[in-house]
Ligand binder design. Structure first.
Ligand SMILES: [Zn+2]
Ligand SMILES: [Zn+2]
Length: 143
């Protein structure tokens, strides 16, 4: 699949039963409909994030094309105090999340749900030596 922003091929991150397309250059993620169901296995979370999204008719964000069918994606807004806007295929093939949007969506859709499939999955996929321990007070090492 081609990244809708960079127009470069995305890589596939895979686990036992989940595969997600990931762009290494803009760090965006494409989740197709099946993956969404697997990741948001909890029905409440799925409804909150996916089904309850409001379609934004007007948005300052640029329209992007679905990496699957190439049709222009629609903008969906979800969230409480903090609104998140993501792109969705008009035919329901999947959703596109810019860097950081996944985190926002997870916090909104799955608060206090540590240990869920998606957390575990993303934990393994995106762990990097630097970003992993953001909650801990960083150890400063002065040169
Ligand atoms: Zn990209
Ligand atoms: Zn599509």
């Amino acid at each position: 699949m081609i990244c809708p922003l960079c127009k470069k091929p995305m890589i596939i991150l895979e686990d036992d039963n989940i595969e997600i397309d990931y762009c290494t250059s803009c760090e965006g993620i494409w989740l197709d409909a099946n993956e969404l169901e697997l990741l948001f296995a909890d029905e409440t979370a799925y409804n909150k994030v996916i089904a309850a999204g409001e379609v934004l008719e007007k948005s300052s964000e640029r329209k992007r094309r679905c990496p699957g069918c190439r049709k222009k994606m629609i903008k969906i807004q979800v969230g409480g105090e903090q609104q998140i806007t993501y792109d969705a295929c008009p035919q329901g093939e999947g959703i596109w999340l810019d860097k950081g949007e996944l985190d926002g969506i997870l916090k909104f859709g799955l608060p206090e749900r540590e240990g869920m499939e998606i957390q575990r999955f993303l934990g393994t996929m995106f762990q990097s030596p630097d970003s992993k321990v953001s909650d801990e007070s960083p150890e400063r090492s002065d040169p």
